[in-house]
Design a protein around this ligand. Structure first.
Ligand code: COA
Length: 210
């Protein structure tokens, strides 16, 4: 079987200790480190989820998000972890700054598929390759370690930055949900995209050279 050149292995995964001294596994790429989420992360995620620009791109947060809602989100994320979802916090390798979240959710272990989401919440860390690097890391983990076969996502048609990035990673458009999202007095299309492990490995041969 053909394997990805950048499969997560002992050189990219390592145990480190967070500020509370807890043992954590992390996966290191060229620009980012993916580490388990921590309760302290909700301080920043609360700000990001209430930021209008981020809310418009990440569908799901339509009402104001409160600190209590974030605590519940954190608890439910941990409960779902290992069954139907896995969430990592994204850190910039350059300065160890916590800059966003990335996740696989709705994991179906029988059909070996899942959905995917990403938020680079710190805006000064957007557009510098952190999103791309984090996705490559997470997808190596998904396809090679978790044995996922197909990753799906939904993206608003106006989110051209995300769509460009997803196409670069190898995602293919599978369909359109017409006028599916109401935002700012208009209905917007939602694009459905998919990526099979085989497609990712093909695209990844180019990506690792970039
Ligand atoms: C969308 C998002 C994940 C992209 O991550 P990022 O770290 O900002 O993007 P990167 O720097 O890794 O850019 C990767 C690619 O995106 C595309 N891209 C980046 N900035 C772009 C821009 N302003 N316009 C169009 N395409 C752009 C390019 O194809 C780029 O590849 P290149 O650097 O090889 O040219 C991130 O900006 C984000 O979290 N945005 C807010 C939340 C969101 O939209 N989440 C996705 C919901 S589906």
């Amino acid at each position: 079987m053909r394997r990805s050149r950048s499969t997560i292995n002992s050189t990219t995964s390592k145990i480190f200790y967070n500020i509370l001294g807890e043992e954590m596994i992390s996966y290191k790429g060229k620009k980012t480190r993916l580490r388990p989420i921590h309760k302290n992360d909700i301080e920043k995620s609360l700000i990001w989820k209430n930021d209008p620009e981020i809310r418009e791109n990440v569908q799901g947060y339509r009402f104001p998000v409160t600190e209590r809602m974030e605590e519940i989100w954190y608890e439910s994320a941990l409960n779902g972890q290992s069954r139907t979802k896995v969430i990592f916090s994204i850190e910039s390798l350059k300065d160890n700054m916590f800059v966003g979240f990335i996740e696989l959710n709705q994991i179906d272990w029988i059909s070996r598929r899942c959905s995917f989401g990403i938020t680079i919440g710190e805006k000064e860390y957007q557009n510098i390759g952190i999103g791309k690097d984090s996705i490559i890391l997470l997808f190596n983990y998904a396809f090679e370690y978790l044995n996922i076969r197909k990753i799906c996502l939904e993206v608003a048609a106006y989110n051209t930055k995300a769509i460009n990035l997803y196409k670069k990673i190898g995602f293919i458009e599978e369909g359109i949900l017409k006028e599916h999202l109401y935002l700012n007095n208009k209905y917007h299309d939602i694009i459905l995209m998919r990526l099979f492990g085989t497609e990712f490995r093909d695209a990844n041969q180019t990506l690792t050279k970039l």
